[in-house]
Write a protein that binds this ligand. Sequence first.
Ligand code: ZN
Length: 426
Amino acid sequence: MQRSLKLKIVRPYDESITWEEIGYLLRGISYQICKMSNYCMTHHLLRALGMETENLNPQGNLYCYPRLAKEYPDVPTGIICAAEGRARKVFQQKARSVLFSETALPTFRKDCSIPIPVAGYSLLKTETDTYVANIQLLSRKAAKTGKLPGRIQFVLANNWRDKKAGSVLRRLAEGTLKRGVASLFRAKRDWYISIPYEAEPISMEEAFEPGLVMGVAFGSRCALAYAFNHSPKRGELGGEEVLSHQKTLQVRKMQIRQQYNWSGRKGHGRENALKPLQLLYEKERNYRSLTNERYAKWIVEIAKKNRCGVIRLEAANLKHLGKPNIVLARWPRAALRKKIRDKAEVYGIEVQEYAADKIQSRCSRCGAEQEPAEGNRWFICNDCGYGKEEKKTAGGFISVDYNAARNLAVWEEKDRGIKPRLNIAK
Ligand SMILES: [Zn+2]
């Protein structure tokens, strides 16, 4: 998992170098990076459109480096390569929407950040316990003719608020953490360095309750329900929010459709009429992504709190199982599963997926199948009486959704009906 450390640059370590000189140098590089990045972007576009560009390597790929190195001889080669790489990444991300004329070609501004390749900087600890970043900012040629050295050392601020930053910086300096392409950027009047690093997953395995499994099912009354195999703890995440949101979305869609009667429209008229609808869809995508983020966090936090090392999810695809009657029926559930997996991974929690057949109608205590409880909120087993006694206890009713989640949590692979489908983590 990638994280990054942002530190303020206090001053040049070598006191004979003034801030004025440094500021001038950094602003100059930033401006040159902006120009070369935009150059790369333009040529990526030319190439994508099938037009002529002279910057091709023998393999036929775009390669602006020789041209840029000639034009900007003062900038270190590593920085040019990093800038070219960054521009390529940005272009690839946006290429589709640019080529479909949905967005303009992204451009870099004159105060854009300066990418510093891994080989172009190092972190050192001084005797007075301050940290110094040693960064190559000038090419060898420029350093020879100019006043400034090629590599300049900067004192980094040590007034970090969180204690973790200090230990991360120490480990970066020791070389025990893997660092990535850093960037220098300006915010207001100060310069900062942002150093990405690879954070290893926090090991919690010893802290997990052995054998504890948390089942998470898509609810018919709620968005998600969870249950544990060895614990009566349970919970549901209400579905009202999603349902009411989907209702407003439907209403808004109808409104837009009525407002623009585009049956007769052609060309631009139709395009313009479709715009509000596209905007609406985009908003909807954002809403879903954010909601999924929240749901995933909720689930993983509960697993963490209960020291549960295994989360068992209901796998795709509910539609072909003949029960689209869940709240999150028309929802990016695959994206939600992925978010849960990503978050769980950080804590070493294993995520399993089961294609569970009839989990709503099966009794999670005795395994007997009950009449499909169509429209029923509460689950009652006619074979073992599960749900009948519980009504009177403090735990309360057994909801259909809780029973479904519990089915996932308690049933073993050998059991009928719940077949192992995908075992994501080891
Ligand atoms: Zn039963």
